[in-house]
Design a protein around this ligand. Structure first.
Ligand code: ZN
Length: 501
């Protein structure tokens, strides 16, 4: 059979034999049956699939709600997905998942994470709530302070700060309650976490005590200056409140008498503490005059230091002669250092006058005189390290130029003596103040004046060159005639003139 059905290649396919046509017919029938079967099978499969209800199942690992602290790290536990159906059951093969697992933990808040898987184009989503929470309270920092609570100041807030891990600086939001014995500070952050701090307050209820150095009754010798002996104010907490003490009352230090000083401390509430001190100004002790053993010449130079003073000091040094300078500030400090030099070279320094004002204005009042005097004393102290007790009145104690102020010389000589100052006039005049400008005449005047005196206080002016030029000859004459030369001190013969005003 098969041989017979051997096909001939030469014959066109369209033209068949009867057998061939029969065979063709049979083949077409089978094909139709196959298609029907396939459609039927597909129908069955579709029906099975519908019955199966195949779908994705997404399962979360870990809980549906998770909490993480702000600033912390969120680690997602993940999820898994498989397909499931009523008929064919759950598949073991995992399904692909898409998920966004990032959570911003820098701020408190909520994030919903979704995990998605799909089967046959149908998606299933599982969700997880992640709560970023802040459970850390703010931190209150109290400023440490040495400024103690005191009777004077009351309590002064030294300051504080509040800092939160999320909200930052919360200082402005701090609630401050001042109680009798403490201050309470509270603050809450935006998540409601509360912080509290406390600062104890130690109130002093007792008024301070003012203690007076030297006591409440002091006696001082008359002087140009009154130096406050000192005081201290302490409250019951041991706070030193001295700087808040106000001293009132006045001591006239050069006027013998009794004065009262009041030391008061008062706080803002008007509470006050007061201490009183009596100051008795008594006459200073005046040293007794001590006369030298030998006939002595006290050379004294007024009105300098000036342009010739250095040369004069050189001459004095050459002969080892000590003298006395009654100084001024006529050259406005230009030669002031010579005061220091003279002092260090063993000469005595006394006050003459700060200004040597031509109108004699230092005699307008006692205050005017003392002001001028004190100004010169200060320069002397700068130059020598100490004040001096020696001085010479401008014009001498016998001057009449001060008569525009009746009795001023009488009062000043008493005041100054009561203060322990020793004023010096002179008993030998060189004549250099006006009567001559000749060096030889100055030498002649001095030598004549000294002759026959056991103590000579010689008046010269070291701002006059011709007078300074006379000094070497005076020294040579004095030494060759057996005189000693010395500087004045508080016990020296003062050669007082009679007071004429
Ligand atoms: Zn003078």
């Amino acid at each position: 059979m098969k041989k017979e059905r051997k096909p001939s290649a030469a014959r066109p396919a369209a033209v068949g034999t009867a057998a061939e046509n029969r065979k063709k017919k049979t083949h077409g029938k089978a094909k139709t049956i196959g298609v029907v079967l396939l459609v039927y099978l597909a129908f069955l499969l579709a029906a099975a699939a519908v019955l199966d209800g195949r779908h994705a199942v997404v399962t979360l690992n870990g809980p549906e709600e998770m909490r993480v602290e702000v600033g912390g790290e969120y680690i997602d536990p993940g999820a898994s997905a498989v397909s499931d159906g009523r008929v064919f059951g759950r598949s073991k093969r995992p399904l692909a998942l898409t998920a966004d697992r990032t959570v911003d933990t820098s701020r408190p808040g909520e994030t919903v994470l979704s995990y998605r898987a799909s089967v046959l184009g149908r998606a299933v989503v599982a969700e997880r709530r992640v709560i970023v929470q802040d459970t850390t309270p703010p931190v209150i920092t109290l400023t440490e302070s040495d400024a103690l609570t005191s009777w004077f100041t009351g309590f002064e807030e030294p300051g504080y700060r509040a800092e939160d891990n999320v909200d930052g600086d919360l200082t402005e939001q701090v609630q401050r309650i001042e109680l009798a014995d403490r201050v309470v500070y509270t603050v809450a952050d935006s998540s409601g976490n509360e912080a509290t701090a406390e600062r104890p307050i130690h109130y002093s209820v007792s008024t301070p005590v003012i203690s007076l150095v030297g006591g409440s009754d002091v006696t001082v010798p008359a002087d140009l200056f009154f130096e406050e002996p000192g005081y201290r104010a302490m409250d019951s907490l041991g706070n030193d409140l001295t700087e808040h003490v106000v001293v009132s009352g006045r001591v006239v230090p050069y006027q013998v008498g009794t004065y009262e000083l009041r030391y008061t401390i008062e706080n803002e509430l008007g509470d006050a503490a007061t201490a009183r001190r009596r100051v008795n100004v008594v006459p200073a002790q005046v040293p007794e005059v001590v006369y030298p053993d030998r006939a002595t010449i006290y050379l004294t130079f007024d009105d300098g230091p000036g342009p010739y003073t250095a040369a004069l000091l050189d001459v004095l040094a050459r002969y080892g002669v000590k003298a006395t300078f009654f100084v001024t500030d006529q050259y406005h400090g230009d030669y002031a250092d010579l005061i220091g030099r003279a002092y260090r070279e063993g000469h005595s320094i006394g006050v003459h006058t700060y200004t040597h004002a031509l109108d004699w204005s230092m005699y307008q009042s006692e205050e005017a005189f003392f002001d001028d005097f004190i100004a010169m004393e200060e320069i002397i102290r700068e130059q020598t390290g100490s004040y001096t007790k020696l001085f010479r009145f401008p014009g001498g104690s016998s001057n009449t130029v001060s008569r525009f102020n009746q009795g001023i010389m009488t009062r000043l000589t008493e005041d100054m003596t009561a203060m322990g100052y020793v004023y010096f006039d002179w008993n030998v005049s060189s004549g250099d103040a006006g009567e001559t400008t000749s060096t030889s005449k100055v030498v002649e005047n001095v030598c004549a004046g000294v002759s026959g005196k056991s103590v000579s206080v010689v008046l010269q002016h070291d701002i006059k060159a011709f007078s300074v030029d006379a000094v070497e000859q005076i020294i040579l004459w004095g030494k060759s005639h057996g005189y000693a030369f010395a500087a004045l001190d508080e016990t020296s013969y003062p050669a007082h003139h009679s007071v004429n005003n």
